[in-house]
Structure formats: structure tokens, C-alpha cells
Design a protein around this ligand. Structure first.
Ligand code: RM4
Ligand code: MN
Ligand code: MN
Length: 437
């Protein structure tokens, strides 16, 4: 692994990029501090909460994404998990919000696991939930001789189910060795034709398989079940919605929780309410953040519906404020970058998620409660809007400055020449075929 010594990872370089911007940030921060002070809010407390906020980078999102029609590769795409970690380190170094990476197996599997852990450590990175993959076949991989064409954990054939169970247990073991807290199970199982699959039997087989995985996972390691309405199956999906996910998680056990990917719902679904329900049930695992207009678009977080992202965070901050029992969600990005430099998209998305969090922290919760109890919809909604429309940019910039990250991550990244440097080192990956990796 020929590690890049890029200015993008260098504190002095970042400081030199920040220098011309720092005075303006301070001035805007002080002005916002006075405004918030008049609202009874301590800007320093908000800034440290924002600085402590973290969201994981997805290892699979640092290469160019694609649609089922085509993929347009860019220069310097990562060749392996070490390159991916290097790109993730740049994202974290400059935007200062993504100290962990979510791995996907077998895509990211290596023989030398402790070497991988050490390498991540030298880059200042740790690991969040790992992901299993039984939504595609893995030709040549001795652990996956059977096909997942007709499903995996819910397959009609016990031999395929056993293979998928073994893979998930293996992933959990890899995750535990790397210090990851959980395994996320998203599976493509479902059907394309009415009648093709028996909904009840498929769901029961799935629960049975997940119970077997659960029985073998180490200690307090968690299982996250990720639902998705459709795709790759287009008529039915075994874990189609949060209801199915919750039923399964409740059947499996205490450390089995429900993960919400923002793109995995029908249009118009009230996702923030799903959040509230899962918090109520003590079953919210966390999120895959992204944005969408039509379906599982995997666009950059906050790119399309920033108000919805804020409303999701409003529920999360409310849960923390109420000290909801067991509330400790994991936050991850899950995006596909088809037309942008993935590093720029990930930095921008991490900032957008942080922005929604900062805005939600500004909600006057006791005023809101009063308006709710008094049945005053206008003032209740205005209370949320007041927080959402506050420009928290100076808080985000100050949080980055305090952490030696970049005030303006995208400009600093461009000035570092990282993409050109990796393009010289990493040979171009051919491939115009569709697919997300
Ligand atoms: C799926 C889902 C999973 C992710 C895969 C790559 O749509 O969102 O979380 O692991 O994509
Ligand atoms: Mn996801
Ligand atoms: Mn998805």
C-alpha cells in the first residue's frame, strides 16, 4: 500500500487554508452568539455538541457510483479497502465529522485484519457498523458457492440459508475484531411476481435465520436490521418496511435493532414519525443518511429535502432531551455519487447532517411543548421554523476550526490536489457497466 502523503491530510496545510478565512468566521460566530444569547442559547454549548457529533463514512461510496444503466468512473478511484480508507481519512480530516468507516463484506475483506485496523488507526479512523452482502453472488469466493438469485436468509433452500447465516456470522466476527459495534443486515430477498413467494413463510424463515446469527454474535455486539421497500425485488421485499423490521427485531432479541435508511420508504412517508415510533419501542439502531426525490436515489444528504432532515433530527434531539431509555443511535452516510467527486460529496453530506443536528439543537423545546399542549399549531410550527431558518454556518465552521479541520472543506480539498495525486498513483478502473460499486 503506497500511502499518499497528501497536503489534504496535513495540519499545516489545512491551517494555511484556514488562515485567510478565520477572522470572518470569528466575526460571524460572535454575531450569531449575540443573537442566540438573546434567545437564551449558549453558542459555545451548541458548538461543542456539534464538534462531538460524528457520522460514519461508507467504504462503498468513495468510488464513483452508477445507475443500472451506466457507471462513469473518475480518476484515482480506490483499488482496495486501503485506498478507500485513505479517501475516508481525507473526508474526516477536512470536514472533521467522520471519524469512523462502515465496511462492507466481502467487498472489503482482507486476510490481515489487524494490519487493516492498524492502517485505519494511523489515519485516525475507527470502524462503525459493518455490512454483510447476500444481495449478489460472489463468484470465486469459496464461502459462497450457492447463488442468492432467489434469496438468502429467507431462501426456500436450507443450504442457501445456512450459507447466508454463516456469512453474516463471519461478518460479525470480522466486525468485532475491528472494534465495530454492530452488523447491519440489509438483504435483497423478495419477489418479482405475485404468488412467487409466500409472504408468511419467507418472513418466518428470515427471522429464524437472523435468530441463528444473533445466537452466535459476540458479547454485546448488535444486529441492525435495515428495511427497504423495493429493489432489487420489485413486487415484494421480505423486510419491506419498519413494521416488518420491528416485528423481526422484537422476535430476535434485545440487541437486535432497526436501522432506518432515509431512501428506503414509499414517497410521502413520514420518516420522522417512524423515528419517534422506533425510539418509543427502544429499537432505533440508527440511520443511513442520504436524500432522494423518487426512490432509493442515494443522493447527497440534505440535497433535496433539508427540512425533512431537520425534522428527523428534531425527533432525535427530542429523544436525547427526554433521555429516552437505551437511546444511542449510530449515524452513517449511505450514498452513491454518480456525477460528483465522492470525497466532495461525502464532506458536504457530513456537514449537512451536522447542520440539521445544529438546527435541531436550537429548537426551544419547552416553548414547543407549551404550544403543543395549548393546541397552537401556528406557534408550534413557527418554533421549529425559527430553529430551521437560523443560519448555523458559523457554528459549523467554528467547530471545524477548533478541531483543526477545514473551514471550507471543498475548497481546501481542491487546493490540496488530492484527486490529481491519486489519479497518478491509482490506475484507472475500466467499467462502464451499471452497478453501485
Ligand atoms: C442498499 C442498502 C444498504 C447498502 C447497499 C449497498 O440499497 O442501502 O444499506 O449496504 O445498498
Ligand atoms: Mn442503506
Ligand atoms: Mn439503499
Amino acid at each position: 500500500m503506497d500511502q499518499i502523503m497528501s497536503p489534504a491530510l496535513d495540519t499545516d496545510f489545512i491551517a494555511s487554508q484556514n488562515a485567510p478565512l478565520a477572522a470572518a468566521v470569528q466575526e460571524e460566530y460572535d454575531a450569531l452568539g449575540r443573537t442566540l444569547d438573546r434567545r437564551g442559547i449558549d453558542i459555545a454549548a451548541i458548538t461543542s455538541a456539534v464538534a462531538a457529533f460524528a457520522v460514519a463514512s461508507p467504504s462503498w461510496a468513495v468510488g464513483s457510483g452508477g445507475t443500472r444503466f451506466a457507471r462513469f468512473p473518475m480518476g484515482g478511484e480506490p483499488r482496495n479497502i486501503f485506498d478507500k480508507l485513505e479517501d475516508c481519512a481525507v473526508v474526516n480530516r477536512l470536514a472533521g465529522a467522520t471519524p469512523t468507516v462502515s465496511l462492507h463484506f466481502p467487498w472489503d475483506e482482507v486476510d490481515d485484519l489487524s494490519g487493516l485496523k492498524d492502517f485505519a488507526g494511523t489515519l485516525g479512523l475507527g470502524f462503525d457498523a459493518v455490512n454483510s452482502n447476500t444481495f449478489q453472488d460472489h463468484p470465486g469466493n469459496a464461502l459462497h458457492p450457492l447463488s442468492y438469485k432467489y434469496g438468502s436468509l429467507s431462501h426456500t433452500d436450507p443450504a442457501v440459508r445456512a450459507q447466508a447465516v454463516a456469512h453474516n456470522i463471519h461478518c460479525a466476527e470480522l466486525g468485532a475484531k475491528l472494534g465495530a459495534p454492530a452488523l447491519t443486515i440489509w438483504l435483497g430477498d423478495g419477489s418479482n411476481f405475485p404468488g412467487q413467494s409466500n409472504f408468511t413463510r419467507a418472513f418466518e424463515r428470515y427471522i429464524d435465520s437472523v435468530k441463528t446469527v444473533y445466537a452466535s454474535v459476540p458479547g454485546d455486539f448488535k444486529l441492525f436490521l435495515e428495511h427497504k421497500m423495493y429493489e432489487p425485488a420489485f413486487y415484494s421485499t421480505v423486510i419491506q418496511d419498519w413494521g416488518s423490521s420491528l416485528l423481526a427485531a422484537q422476535a430476535v432479541g434485545e440487541n437486535c435493532l432497526c436501522l432506518v435508511d432515509l431512501g428506503h420508504h414509499a414517497p410521502n412517508v413520514n420518516i420522522e414519525m417512524i423515528v419517534a415510533r422506533l425510539v418509543h419501542a427502544g429499537k432505533l439502531a440508527g440511520f443511513h443518511f442520504n436524500d432522494s426525490k423518487y426512490g432509493d436515489d442515494d443522493l447527497d444528504a440534505g440535497a433535496i429535502e433539508p427540512y425533512r432532515l431537520f425534522l428527523v433530527f428534531n425527533e432525535l434531539v427530542d429523544a436525547a432531551y427526554r433521555k429516552a431509555p437505551g437511546f444511542a443511535p449510530s449515524y452513517m452516510l449511505d450514498q452513491s455519487h454518480n456525477v460528483t467527486d465522492p470525497i466532495e460529496s461525502l464532506m458536504t453530506s457530513a456537514v449537512e447532517v451536522q447542520r440539521a443536528y445544529a438546527q435541531a439543537l436550537l429548537v426551544d423545546r419547552s416553548a414547543l411543548e407549551g404550544f403543543q399542549d395549548a393546541n397552537d399549531p401556528m406557534m408550534a410550527s413557527q418554533t421549529l421554523k425559527r430553529a430551521f431558518t437560523t443560519d448555523v454556518q458559523p457554528i459549523l465552521a467554528m467547530a471545524r476550526l477548533q478541531k483543526d479541520a477545514a473551514i471550507d472543506p471543498v475548497s481546501a480539498y481542491r487546493a490540496s490536489g488530492y484527486r490529481a495525486a491519486v489519479t497518478r498513483i491509482r490506475p484507472a478502473k475500466s467499467g462502464g457497466s451499471g452497478g453501485i460499486v
